[in-house]
Design a protein around this ligand. Structure first.
Ligand SMILES: NC(=O)CC[C@H](N)C(=O)O
Length: 815
């Protein structure tokens, strides 16, 4: 097609859209005529117009002259949100044997074809005689997107001034466009993804690269450019691989998958995550049959059905059918069968797909295949969304922003723990329950429940208690307050996300690397309706079964936890035994009772130790069996924390500290009379802040002159509502906060509180005391709460109480 005809053609299409729009508006006006009844009329028209304009896009694309020298910035005057740089050609050492052979054979074919009229000239691209058809490594343009608020980009410079800190993350993005259209330049429609996502703040910079499109050079040119980009980030900019996430939309996602595969196959350090927006993963179109999303979403999607086949033809014009079928271009081709290891060793992956797109089934299958390969993979379907929902803008709201938000949150979470997935997978295992022995849960009240044992193959006694928490079995089981208890989960299934690595310091002490609530399992046993045989989570290193076995803790599965809970609610917490082995059906004659034991002394640290030496204020923690997240919550607010044994004489040493914290802990608070006596002296005249949680709150109450009692079945779960009876710091009187709890004892609600004290919170379900505080006129700053503001697991409604405490200590320090 010659130039004038091309422009007449483009003009004709635009004119038709203008003329057709009112007609489309009439057709789509009745809801019943719209491709999707949820769509507003404007969206219907937009999508019709886009489908019509799609074949024209290749004719309008930027003419990207890849031969420019680095000092000339293409379209630099248009750049407002990004900086421009060149990525140097890939070093030979990174080109593996098969890739080198492929490049060679493509080169030979290209030269042979040069004189003939190739496929490239078949359609409207005739006048785009490729200037650079080679697949060999070349220099390519790259645009670096910044968050404007942080660093206004100055396009006129090549100095990137990355300003990256150790923990900052970057994204390497490959734009969409079927390998035949699109550009990384910020004025291109595909660049909306970079411009909008960077605002969510989970990555510091996005590098979007102008890999060679198929009309410049066919496959594997794009893959070579992708490897060059990776090498540029890792070798030239010295960004650590774990700081990098690969991302791509549509064909760009195909490229991101191919690049990741290449790095894995060649044992090169890959990224810490993959983000795939509507990934194109099957160039054989093996799902293009009746009753798949290809047909059901045909008129809802923006993809026009001749676009992709044409793109495949262009991309593979020299490499042939074999390459189209390969796992590099078509990992999800149904012709390749269902290989369980297609994505072995791939990093955590986040897939985004539009509900109304033709590639929906392909994306769903990709997600499934990744899970089968053991990849931590998540699929997010954008409601009412079309293909590549991230690419288009406002008319896809609010679903599009929700998707970006979820994605940013997920990336932040993943980045929080920099883990080497490969090293973790090496010792990841799966529980195999078939070998498990019969086991029985006996209750002292006479009832028995038979099921199968898992974990340690030995029997265990304890107080049988139930928790209503739905998630966080790992955190609950490592909470020292569960010492001496058989923990019944009312949620039907646990174990499904395995158990993470959990490093701890000497003698199991807290270290900032600790993932769970203490160094090991604290409860005496677990009771569950159904323990998961397989687990899947990017941080998991072992199954619940293996973990319990390693810690010598038995579990029982396959019992009716609803019935057990009903019994415990009726008659109260009851002594029990998980019995395994030959005599598991024989009821014990005597039940071991942990309640007379001072479990606090067992759970507490044996000697003082300090964390975060350079913190702003020095907080002493009386350790009655502290959850790790209490210490984390204080360190996060930059407190220096000294953990002290439960019977430490704080009163005599109080001047060394800026504040006193009283931790949670197991068992009956009345065993800790030494601590109560010490506290009585301190609360007399101590003007600095004191904060107690759960056991800490109970001991404060006892020291203040209140009484403690044993509840029928206690409160254990992550959904306990408490009403604030007074205001203090972040807590506002009259508000209800949902809290995490784990306790059997409580303070008695007195008509008259001892002088200088007042109730702070009350439980909305059972009216038990949930908090006390020193009265305003007492001149002291003392708070105690029965619930766990630090959560883990549980809601963070009251987490700011830690800021109140630390800030108050800072103020006292300065006054
Ligand atoms: N979480 C805790 O600190 C529990 C306190 C005490 N052991 C109780 O059961 O009430």
């Amino acid at each position: 097609m010659t130039q004038p005809i091309k422009y007449i053609y483009i003009f004709g299409v635009c004119l038709s859209i203008a003329l057709l729009s009112p007609i489309w508006a009439l057709i789509d006006y009745p809801l019943s005529n719209r491709p999707n009844k949820d769509w507003p009329l404007s969206r219907c028209i937009r999508i019709r117009a886009f489908r019509m304009i799609e074949p024209v896009i290749p004719l309008c694309a930027f003419d990207r002259d890849l031969g420019r020298i680095p000092t000339e910035l293409p379209y630099a005057h248009l750049l407002k949100r990004s900086k421009f740089t060149y990525i140097p050609p890939l070093a030979e050492e990174y080109i593996s044997g098969w890739l080198r052979n492929l490049i060679e054979s493509v080169e030979t074919l290209r030269i042979e074809n040069e004189t003939k009229v190739g496929v490239i000239n078949e359609r409207w691209l005739q006048d785009y005689t490729p200037k650079l058809e080679t697949c060999r490594p070349i220099q390519i343009p790259c645009y670096v997107y910044f968050d404007e608020r942080v660093s206004p980009a100055k396009a006129s410079t090549l100095d990137l001034n990355l300003d990256l800190e150790e923990d900052d993350k970057v994204m390497l993005q490959f734009h969409g466009g079927g390998y035949i259209v699109g550009s990384a330049h910020e004025n291109d429609v595909t660049a909306t993804l970079c411009k909008d996502f960077i605002k969510f703040g989970s990555v510091k910079k996005i590098f979007s690269v102008d890999y060679r499109l198929a009309w410049y050079a066919p496959f594997p040119a794009a893959l070579i450019d992708a490897i060059s980009s990776w090498s540029y980030l890792v070798n030239q900019l010295e960004i650590k691989p774990h700081q990098i996430v690969f991302s791509g939309d549509s064909a760009g996602a195909n490229l991101a998958l191919a690049l990741t595969r290449y790095l894995i196959e060649n044992e090169l350090p890959g990224p810490s995550g993959l983000v795939l927006h509507s990934p194109w993963s099957d160039m054989t179109f093996s799902r293009r049959v009746m009753s798949t999303s290809f047909t059901t979403n045909k008129y809802k999607d923006i993809l026009e059905s001749t676009f992709s086949p044409y793109a495949v033809k262009m991309l593979t014009r020299y490499v042939g059918v074999e390459m189209i079928n390969s796992v590099y271009l078509s990992p999800m081709s149904q012709r390749n069968g269902k290989d369980v290891e297609t994505f072995k060793q791939f990093p955590s992956t986040f897939i985004i797909a539009g509900e109304c797109e033709m590639l929906l089934d392909e994306c769903v299958d990709l997600h499934e295949s990744m899970i089968r390969s053991g990849v931590g993979c998540r699929l997010h379907i954008v409601g009412r969304g079309v293909h590549d929902p991230a690419m288009f803008s406002s008319w896809q709201e609010p679903e599009r922003s929700e998707m970006f938000y979820t994605l940013a949150r997920m990336l932040l979470k993943q980045f929080a723990k920099q883990i080497n997935l490969n090293s973790i997978r090496q010792f990841a295992t799966q529980a195999s329950l078939t070998q498990f022995n019969p086991a029985t849960l006996h209750l002292k009240s006479g009832q028995s429940f038979s099921g199968r044992g898992f974990g340690a193959n030995n029997s265990s006694f304890g107080e049988t208690v139930f928790t209503t928490s739905v998630t966080s079995y790992t955190e609950s089981m490592t909470d020292p307050s569960y010492k001496g208890q058989l923990l019944v989960f009312t949620t039907p299934l646990i174990g499904n996300y395995g158990v993470p690595k959990n490093p701890s310091g000497d003698q199991g002490q807290f270290t900032p690397e600790m993932m769970l609530e203490s160094s090991g399992i604290q409860c005496s046993g677990v009771v569950v309706a159904d323990v998961a045989e397989k687990f899947s989570h990017y941080e998991a290193v072992e199954s619940l079964h293996d973990w319990c076995k390693r810690h010598n803790i038995p579990g029982i599965t396959g019992v009716d936890t609803r019935a057990i809970t009903t019994i415990l609610r009726d008659q109260g917490t009851t002594l029990g035994q998980i019995a395994v082995g030959e005599t598991h059906e024989t009821k014990p004659v005597e039940y071991f009772d942990p309640s007379p034991i001072n479990l606090i002394a067992e759970a507490s640290t044996k000697s003082p130790y300090t964390i975060n030496e350079n913190g702003d204020v020095h907080v002493a923690i009386m350790d009655f069996g502290s959850k790790a997240n209490i210490i984390r919550s204080l360190i996060k607010r930059n407190a220096k924390v000294t953990v002290l044994p439960w019977d430490y004489d704080f009163h005599s040493n109080r001047d060394s500290f800026d504040a006193l914290f009283l931790s949670n802990g197991p068992g009956d608070p009345r065993h800790a009379s030494v601590a109560v006596e010490n506290l009585k002296k301190t609360i007399q005249d101590y003007k600095k802040p004191i904060f107690g949680i759960c056991m800490g709150h109970q001991l404060l109450g006892l020291a203040a002159g209140l009484e403690a009692y044993r509840m029928t079945f206690g409160n254990r779960g992550h959904n306990q509502p408490v009403l604030a009876l007074g205001s203090s710091g972040s807590i506002k009187q009259g508000r209800v906060y949902v809290t995490s709890q784990n306790h059997q004892y409580a303070l008695k609600l007195e008509e008259q509180f001892p002088s200088g004290w007042e109730p702070f919170f009350i439980n909305c379900n059972d009216s038990s005391v949930e908090g006390i505080k020193s009265s305003e006129d007492s001149g002291r700053k003392i708070w105690g709460v029965q619930f766990h503001p630090e959560a883990y697991g549980g809601p963070l409604d009251t987490i700011e109480m830690f800021s109140d405490f630390v800030n108050s200590a800072k103020r006292m320090q300065n006054s």
